[in-house]
Design a protein around this ligand. Structure first.
Ligand code: HEM
Length: 503
């Protein structure tokens, strides 16, 4: 039977119609919205690189990144330049030089505002509105890793979770965890002593990163869930596998994939996610709060999601910060000596205690300076969930704001001409006297979404570094290759390798 041409045309049109409606919808909601936001910024005098149609500045970002990769492979591998921003985030640096500390760019479907002006960061610090949240396009991809816990959520739901979880990390609670931190560090100290014995009894070449990660995981496991690392180990290994599946996707570029991932990858993520959830629930269900107002399922997901969040947020960045601290201390043995000298005055019976922590000023300054030069979290990112105002800038709904922390931490106008040097003494009289704009020192973020594990992380770093420096002296191994790399946080790309000797 022959189909008449007009009938064929009608059925083709019927099939195509939903696609046409979808494309018109995308064009109106996404492309036009992005255009409107951009126009409004330009009218306020904010410039930026010219975007291409549909993909915005993505092609240029990728081009600049490739050019930098090629150029940096020719550089001497052993050269340690603390300013890594132009190699790790070259497009932001290039545009900053062209357009200043505030500019706009686009990743195709989204418009962004780069905000690296200290006055505006101060404004962000003071804003208490719920109208600025975490960018949903970023956090959506991280749902399997973080659930709908504090890091990912926004608005009232975030505020409710933060109110419940934050008090668990107040300073008085953290002080009660010092003993368990000291206990958790013992296996690492013993392992490194054994390494020295095994390598001839005088000096050992050790790669510190995995040991620090295990230690930090052990601390957070014991502190939050009472279970030791041996129980939490399975959870960590799966969370790490999940993290690795994400760092492959170029989160920052936000390459539009319309939510689609290859089926095999999607299955892997779903399986890991299910495993992590049941392992966490097994570990905590007896002690979990059963808040009747939340309902049974909501209560379970509240606990599981926030455990995942704390497991992830709580151990990775602290371990990486400890690696960077050891790298810098290895380069600067005079600061190791300074820490030991102070310990001799402060420690009672040669032992670290809760009371002694407040008097360990030198190690605190070293940590502050390491977090200035190598802040593990590279960005503060926000999305305007409603129209809002940032200083004198009218911010449209949907605009994403980005503050590049390492750039702010190296601004000579804030820190002086020695901004790229390791000088812990600048923190001698605290953060407020270390630079012209103390609000520009933001290793733990800004405003109401400031890291809630800040006290916990600082105390843990103090304990771990104090113990290591009291037992070992160390220098950089010739095998160390300086390669800061962005994998959701800025970490030593090939790890930190040091030569250790017993004191
Ligand atoms: C040196 C170690 C750490 C660094 C550098 C760090 C840094 C940060 C940064 C930059 C943010 C984002 C803040 C913002 O968007 O303004 C953040 C958020 C967060 N951090 Fe940390 N963090 C560290 C350790 C920890 C620890 C130990 C915990 C848990 C015990 C933790 C839990 C969190 C949570 C739950 C959030 C989300 C807060 C919210 O959105 O309300 N972090 N952290």
């Amino acid at each position: 039977m022959e189909v008449s041409p007009s009938l064929g045309l009608v059925s083709s049109l019927t099939l195509l119609l939903p696609l046409v409606i979808f494309l018109v919808h995308v064009y109106c909601t996404v492309v036009l919205r992005s255009e409107r936001i951009k126009r409004k910024l330009r009218m306020q005098g904010i410039q930026g690189p010219p975007p291409s149609f549909l993909y915005g500045n993505l092609p240029e970002m990728q081009k600049i990144q490739m050019k930098t990769l090629k150029a940096s492979s020719f550089q001497a591998a052993d050269f340690i330049a603390h300013d890594y921003t132009s190699t790790v985030f070259p497009y932001f640096e290039q545009w900053r030089k062209e357009y200043g500390s505030i500019y706009t760019y686009s990743t195709g479907l989204r418009q962004h505002l780069y905000v690296n002006q200290p006055e505006l960061v101060k404004e962000m610090n003071q804003m208490v509105t719920l109208d600025l949240g975490k960018p949903s396009y970023l956090t959506k991809r991280m749902a399997p890793l973080l659930g709908n816990g504090i890091v990912r959520s926004n608005g009232l739901f975030w505020a409710q979770q933060r109110k419940i979880v934050a008090p668990e990390f107040y300073m008085d609670k953290v002080k009660g965890m010092v003993r368990l931190m000291v206990e958790s560090a013992q296996p690492l100290l013993k392992k490194w002593e054994d390494c020295i014995e095994a390598q001839g009894g005088i000096v050992a070449d050790v790669k510190v990163d995995e040991d620090l990660r295990e230690l930090s995981a052990d601390v957070i496991s014991r502190a939050c869930f009472g279970s030791s690392y041996s129980k939490g180990k399975q959870i960590f290994s799966r969370l790490r596998s999940l993290q690795q599946t994400f760092s492959g996707q170029n989160i920052l570029f936000g390459v539009p994939n319309f939510g689609f991932l290859p089926a095999r990858k999607q299955n892997k993520i779903s399986n890991l996610e299910r495993e992590v959830e049941s392992l966490i629930w097994e570990a905590v269900k007896e002690r979990a709060v059963n808040d009747q107002s939340l309902g049974k399922d909501a209560s379970k997901s509240f606990v599981v999601d926030n455990c995942k969040t704390i497991y992830f947020a709580g151990h990775e960045s602290t371990a990486v910060a400890a690696s960077w601290c050891l790298m810098l201390l290895a380069l600067h043995p005079e600061w190791q000596d300074g820490i030991r000298k102070e310990q001799a005055e402060v420690f009672k019976d040669g032992q670290l205690s809760v009371d002694s922590l407040n008097h360990l000023k030198t190690v605190t300054m070293v940590i502050q300076e390491a977090l200035r030069l190598y802040p593990p979290a590279a960005f503060v990112s926000r999305e305007a969930l409603e129209e809002t105002q940032l200083g004198n800038i009218a911010v449209s709904k949907g605009l994403c704001l980005w503050t590049l922390i390492p750039t702010l931490h190296r601004d000579p106008a804030v820190w002086g001409s020695d901004a790229n040097e390791f000088k812990p003494e600048r923190f001698n009289c605290g953060v407020s006297k270390a630079c012209k704009f103390p609000q520009a020192y933001i290793p733990f973020g800004v405003g109401p979404r400031l890291c809630l594990g800040k006290n916990f992380a600082m105390v843990e770093l103090k304990v771990v570094l104090s113990l290591i420096v009291s037992k070992f002296s160390f220098s950089l191994s010739p095998k160390y290759h300086h390669s800061p790399t962005y994998r959701m946080i800025v970490e030593p790309g090939e790890g930190v390798q040091i030569l250790i000797q017993k004191i």
